[in-house]
Design a protein around this ligand. Structure first.
Ligand SMILES: Nc1nc2c(c(=O)[nH]1)N[C@H]1C(S)=C(S)[C@@H](COP(=O)(O)O)O[C@H]1N2
Ligand SMILES: [Mo]
Length: 335
């Protein structure tokens, strides 16, 4: 399943096309419009605070490597005073942390599904690096997977942000497609740096670039503030006097302080209720009860503010190279 992200760029352009089409559709009314609305209609999503492992999105650029747990080990090497080599049983014996962390692929589109949330259990990376006696000149921590994939984070980030090497996902052993037996979980950073099937951690003094960074993708890769409308879905028909609009919002490692919903295409905004929160590293669920004034066509938009008071940008950008930005918009008919 080797894919080329340049192809995804093209898809993004098509994605934009659909956006324009959506606007065009709601601005005209004819039989053709009616048919187009049926074609682009998508049902609502019922998003759980924690995503069950079987529903968790997955992205791998290679096939899943075969893994013999008895011969598997993790090495910590490079500019260290003391190299480490840990077997699976050694990993399980160490003190662990458990946190809910949302993962999102950097190529997720606005309102897209390449984003899920799980409770991860793993060993803190900082304690491991301290034990390995990382040298002062270390600048980056490189994660290497058994499939030949690699990526890096700065040593500073590795020591400060609850970065962990996870072996449990929602209480179960890490499933094969999510990196069994051990993967990096890096709160606040797009999925690509959460390297799966870990075999080696290398500490280096240079600015190592990973698989996607050598192809131009962001190395900082900090998640953009975002929000999504899950209910109603695209081009739904609403027949009630009021409707509970629902969705999620996510701000990487900052947490969400406010979610606002517009039902008039962004002219006026109403504060939504933040319903469920589980950790500063995870998405939150929100809802807003909309008292519908009269029948007609509506466009609803959502925007979020993080705990530092930063408002999600409305400016639209493609996923390449820093992840998408822009506001998620849903068109509905009220009859
Ligand atoms: N070893 C390895 N790790 C990897 C990848 C990969 O192809 N190989 N894909 C990355 C990408 S692009 C993403 S978005 C996440 C997806 O993690 P998931 O499949 O558990 O959702 O894993 C990252 N870690
Ligand atoms: Mo990704």
């Amino acid at each position: 399943m080797d894919f080329d992200r340049r192809r995804f760029l093209k898809y993004s352009v098509i994605g934009l096309g659909i956006g324009f089409l959506a606007t065009a559709i709601t601005k005209s009314s004819s039989v053709a419009t009616f048919i187009l609305k049926k074609i682009y209609a998508k049902p609502s999503r019922n998003t759980n605070l924690l995503t069950p492992n079987d529903n968790f999105y997955t992205v791998s650029y290679t096939s899943i490597p075969g893994m013999d747990i008895n011969s598997w080990s993790l090495s910590v090497a490079g500019f260290v005073g003391k190299g480490l080599n840990l077997r699976y049983s050694d990993i399980l014996k160490r003190p662990y942390i458990e946190k809910a962390v949302t993962l999102e692929c950097i190529e997720n589109e606005i309102g897209g599904d390449k984003m899920s949330n799980a409770l991860w259990r793993g060993i803190p990376l900082s304690s491991l690096l301290r034990e390995a006696e990382a040298e002062d000149r270390v600048y980056k921590v490189v994660f290497k997977g058994a499939d030949g994939y690699s990526d890096s984070i700065t040593y500073y980030y590795a020591m400060n942000n609850d970065v962990m090497l996870a072996y449990k996902m929602n209480g179960m052993d890490l499933p094969m497609e999510h990196g069994y037996p051990l993967r990096a979980i890096v709160p606040g950073i797009y999925g690509m740096k959460n390297v799966k099937w870990l075999r080696e951690i290398e500490l280096t003094d240079n600015n190592y670039l990973g698989y996607w960074q050598t192809r131009g993708w962001s190395d900082n890769a900090h998640v953009n503030i975002q929000s999504r409308i899950d209910d109603p879905g695209y081009f739904q028909t609403i027949r009630d006097n009021n409707y509970t609009i629902k969705g999620i919002a996510f701000a990487g490692d900052e947490g969400i302080s406010k979610v606002e919903v517009s039902t008039d295409g962004g002219r006026s905004w109403n504060e939504a209720l933040i319903e469920e929160t589980i950790s500063q590293y995870a998405w939150i669920k929100w809802r807003y009860i909309w008292n519908i004034p009269k029948s007609g066509e509506y466009s609803m938009v959502v925007r979020a503010t993080d705990m530092k008071g930063r408002l999600q940008t409305a400016e639209e950008s493609n996923s390449y190279p820093n992840g998408t930005t822009g506001l998620h918009t849903i068109f509905v008919d009220v009859v």
